[in-house]
Design a protein around this ligand. Structure first.
Ligand SMILES: [Zn+2]
Length: 337
């Protein structure tokens, strides 16, 4: 059955040894596809790409690969992993992904009491809400195992149960080619099961996107109403660059902080120099409302903030008001002053 964690871990170790070869072949295929495919208008509909069991140590690689290929996906997170690594869960949102609930400990829920089910699901709702500011509407039961009691617990929490139409078998050691082939079976509205933390799955993303593009399919959101993949709604992917910028002798890394109802915090960590100049560019109508641990100035538009050390070290922070745009996130650049 899906989600054999220990097997996945062993696969991950194995896959790490062959990463270089697989990456090279994936890049070659992307170039080929890019020269032969026309613009995709999504005229054939939308499919749901889903990644379970995160966040993991490779979540950032997964997110970067999805973004580099223009893909959005739904991440069914394990609650206790979110609690252990809330910034990784927040980064899923800032990368334009959707988040769902995949239980607290990944148990066989159908062997549990209703109270235990309730605890598994509600703790996870709280952890994801705390980490991302978003309360999930989607729930995927571990192993796809469900029953009437579990369905009643889901319903009480406002969760829609999402299984899958296509199983990529990535949890079972499927090759990158086999994962791509599985995604090739997706039709409009369908959902495919994949996992965070598996290198073959990450390596499959460019070819999955090339395949979808060639069939005029696009990755979409999963509707909590119908459980089917639909066009993304009013939550467009951020058009920002990756959060780490390394240029003129220093590196600035953005770390997502607490998300409140109307604003969110960001921390920037600078390495490589104690005499840095970091530029932070925001997307209006978002607005930076306060800063700490840096000396800041602004350009005429008010959208570009320049930060310099103020004697507080090489980390600083700021608060940004959403002003109606909850998806955009800043970009940062660093140079030595
Ligand atoms: Zn799972």
């Amino acid at each position: 059955m899906p989600h054999a964690h220990q097997l996945s871990q062993r696969l991950l170790i194995f896959a790490a040894a062959v990463t270089t070869v697989l990456t090279v072949s994936a890049v070659t295929i992307v170039v080929t596809a890019g020269t032969s495919s026309a613009a995709n208008t999504c005229s054939a509909g939308y499919v749901g790409l889903t990644y379970d069991d995160g966040p993991t140590a490779s979540t950032s690689t997964l997110l970067n690969t999805l973004r580099a290929n223009g893909a959005r996906a739904t991440m069914f997170n394990i609650g206790q992993k979110v609690q252990q690594n809330p910034s990784a869960a927040a980064s899923q949102i800032s990368a334009g992904m959707w988040v769902g609930n995949h239980s607290w400990t990944h148990p066989h829920l159908t062997q549990m009491s209703q109270a235990e089910m309730q605890s598994e699901l509600s703790q996870t709702q709280n952890a994801i809400r705390s980490a991302t500011g978003i309360t999930p509407r989607l729930f995927r039961p571990p192993y796809g195992e469900t029953n009437a009691t579990l369905k009643s617990v889901e319903a009480a929490l406002g969760l829609t149960e999402i299984i899958w139409d296509v199983d990529s078998q990535d949890w079972n050691g499927a090759s990158t080619a086999a994962i791509v082939q599985a995604a090739g079976r997706l039709t409009s509205g369908q959902v495919i099961l994949m996992h965070d933390g598996i290198q073959n799955t990450i390596n499959a993303i460019p070819q999955i996107m090339a395949s979808l593009n060639s069939r005029n399919l696009c990755p979409g959101a999963i509707s909590p109403t119908t459980g089917r993949a639909v066009a993304p709604g009013g939550n467009p992917p951020p058009t920002t660059a990756p959060p780490t910028t390394s240029a003129g002798g220093c590196t600035a890394t953005m770390v997502p902080g607490t998300v409140f109802g109307d604003r969110y915090n960001t921390t920037v960590n600078v390495t490589g120099s104690n005499s840095w100049i970091v530029t932070v560019t925001i997307t209006p109508p978002q607005r930076i409302s306060s800063t700490w641990s840096a000396s800041v100035s602004w350009d005429a538009s008010g959208n570009v903030m320049t930060a310099r050390p103020n004697g507080s070290g090489n980390s600083f922070g700021f608060t940004t008001m959403f002003n109606g745009n909850t998806s955009a996130r800043p970009t940062v650049g660093c140079q030595v002053g």
